[in-house]
Design a protein around this ligand. Sequence first.
Ligand code: ASP
Length: 404
Amino acid sequence: MKNYMFPLILLSIALGILGGVFFPHEMLAMSWVGQLFINLLKLIVLPLIFCAMVSAITSIGGMHRLGSIGVYTLGYVLVSVSIAVTIGLCLLNMFKPGVGIAPSLIMANASPLDLKPMPFSAYMLELFPPNIVAAAARYEIMPIVFFSIVFAISCLSVGKTANPVIDFFAGLRDVLIRMIIWLMFLTPIGLFSLLGTAVAEASIRHLLMQSLRGMFFFILIFLLGLVLQILWQALVVVVVAKKNLKAFTSAASNALITAFATSSSMATLPITMLVAKEQEVSEEVARFVLPLATTINLAGTSMYEAVSALFFCQILGLHLSLLAQVGVFITAILAGMGATGIPEGGLVTMVMVLRNVSVPISAIGLLLPFDRILDRFRTMTNVWGDLVCAATVDRLQRLKSDIV
Ligand code: ASP
């Protein structure tokens, strides 16, 4: 994202808020612009999720290479992402920041398709549909994720003859990412309309101040969650990876600043690799672990997906049972792992978490004004996690070679 986008986004936020407060009816009349922006995002999400999942899994490079480094990496990623989502869910359940916020902030842009209820039995049947294309046409994302996982594993097990297929989906993923980058240039316009519509709805009902307070509380809780995620991993650096925390952190700071500046863990990857080298992580481990971790170890993003879904449910007064929260837990992990490490990559896959709890997708509009800045913090958390992952896998690998 170019540098001039940030001031433009700030401007569109300011204009959207002013428009919503002073010209609520005009803003409501042009709410279709925001809807159009969401439609464009939704247009890309299905093929992107499929291609990103397939390329992430096939990037392991063949069944035979899924050796100990692969197992350690996958193990670390699963543990790290699960802890991140658990932290997020616990904080949201403890503090309930969504309670008391006007539901109209979410419902303003909702379409009937968004609001389709999904009971548990229907959810299970949707997960394994008889026709994947029909499921995609109905915008059911979880079956696509399951299908892509099995598809990718099959590609790996077929071996050489599947290489053109793997290359094709990797190429398609890059093309779709380019489309998303272009789409991000429309963010200021989309933001202006979505935010203006939300504020107009709230200001017509005199609920604006109450809602803003709730939003800031939510942001604080999310940032607290990210700090906790960084802290437990700092402990891993010392206890498991056996590194000097001060030296590790000061080396990592280069990558973290780049992550903050670019909002993209993928764009930060070259710096992340340099930091790993500086911290004496072996080349073999760094080359394999870091690209893979950058693709699937988006713990900050997974946490964001989970807390946002719960936050919206609290706003809408939807009580989520423990089972439903397990559903959020699983979909948030998959959504984080399926997200691409690009600016706002997490917003795209959030759709699948929201669909799982029957929250209208347009609810994302409520987060958009704050997402640019939150994205920077979760990208930093993601990159920190990638570095800790590489250092940990390196240490485990060394221990293994010492034993053998
Ligand atoms: N921008 C994040 C990253 O690159 C992804 C996201 O959470 O949107 O890691």
